[in-house]
Design a protein around this ligand. Structure first.
Ligand SMILES: Nc1nc2c(ncn2[C@@H]2O[C@H](COP(=O)(O)OP(=O)(O)OP(=O)(O)O)[C@@H](O)[C@H]2O)c(=O)[nH]1
Ligand SMILES: [Mg+2]
Length: 332
């Protein structure tokens, strides 16, 4: 049976769902609606007291038993076909009709295409805050969902710090869940002739960072986490509490759907997030979901990664190239 929970934030709605249906309920859909979060979960009604709860009793409270998840709600009123090429281009890039309208408002009557394009780029750049001018924090940990590109991105950043800026770099990994994870980072550490420490708990991280105090730049690799796994997220957050000098950057794959990105952003905020990294920009076929997420993100975008090659495929998140990517799918 599917139940739906509404709360001001996704984590509160998830908490409610787990409290009411049970910790094993399966999340099937997460959406936002006018400032509140909706979470649909699949599970069975737990029995309360002798009689047990009926679906009718539940529907009066926070939980509402639903027929199948409301996927069909979407295409109730198909949007009119865009007539202007710029509007068509933005819609083809996956931007939502309301967003396209806001971006183009007042631009179309002007007949100078170069002026229109420059204005649009400016508006897009304002929409997606980036942190291009800030320097890399001395101790940076990358967090994010499984397979987002954390380890590869650390290797790119470390190579840039060492080879381009001549800094002494060091690595710590707290990803000890998979043997291969340590090997992966060790291979990059060997290539850069840099020390690698491992830490299996917050206290070991404190000690590892102390051993790397001679390094000018330290990168901390973390294990991929499901944003829905509360216990592992709390464990991860504890590493940051013990070592407050470590800054966190959340790696979000551009290929993920808006709801997945939104959940990740909200749930990984348990760590002291200072910036975002969007990975796999090269594999993303649409810009709309990412634009909506970045427009409302509480921290700026710092880097984007554009392929698997180490160290080449990473760039600072600069407003104009990003605007071009939103428009054309290319940063240049
Ligand atoms: N196309 C593309 N692939 C990428 C990019 N960044 C990383 N990858 C690939 O994504 C895969 C996962 O990368 P990892 O760096 O191991 O990801 P991770 O987040 O460390 O993974 P876990 O530690 O398992 O959570 C690898 O095959 C990488 O080569 C990118 O910018 N573009
Ligand atoms: Mg990894």
């Amino acid at each position: 049976m599917i139940f739906r929970f509404q709360a001001p934030s996704i984590s509160e709605a998830l908490q409610l769902a787990r409290a009411e249906i049970g910790p094993d309920c399966v999340v099937v859909e997460v959406t936002r609606d006018q400032g509140s979060a909706l979470v649909a979960v699949e599970g069975e009604l737990p029995r309360h007291g002798a009689g047990g709860a009926s679906a009718a009793q539940w529907s009066g409270g926070a939980a509402t038993a639903l027929a199948p998840p409301p996927r069909q709600l979407r295409a109730l009123s198909p949007a009119a076909e865009p007539t202007c090429p710029l509007e068509r281009q933005l819609r083809l890039r996956g931007l939502r009709p309301g967003r396209v309208e806001a971006l183009l408002r007042g631009l179309l009557p002007n007949r100078d295409p170069a002026w229109r394009m420059a204005q649009l780029e400016r508006r897009l750049a304002l929409l997606v805050p980036s942190a291009e001018a800030t320097s890399t924090p001395r101790t940076l940990a990358l967090v994010g969902p499984t397979g987002a590109g954390k380890t590869t991105t650390i290797a790119k950043l470390a190579a840039e710090a060492k080879l381009d800026r001549g800094l002494e770099v060091g690595f710590v990994t707290i990803d000890l869940f998979r043997v291969a994870a340590v090997d992966q980072l060790q291979a990059y550490a060997n290539l850069l002739d840099a020390p690698l420490e491992t830490a299996s708990n917050p206290q070991e991280l404190v000690q590892a960072l102390r051993r790397l105090r001679g390094c000018q730049q330290v990168f901390v690799d973390t294990a991929g986490q499901s944003p829905l796994d509360d216990a592992r997220l709390s464990e991860l957050a504890a590493f940051f509490s013990a070592s407050p000098e470590v800054e966190a950057a959340l790696v979000l794959p551009a290929t993920a759907q808006h709801s997945q990105l939104e959940v990740a952003l909200e749930r990984f905020s348990a760590c002291p997030l200072a910036s975002l990294i969007v990975s796999k920009l090269d594999e993303s076929v649409s810009a709309g979901d990412l634009v909506e997420l970045l427009a409302q993100a509480p921290v700026p975008l710092r880097w984007v990664t554009t392929g698997q090659r180490v160290p080449e495929d990473i760039e600072d998140a600069r407003p104009r190239p990003l605007a071009r990517w939103i428009l054309n799918g290319r940063l240049a």
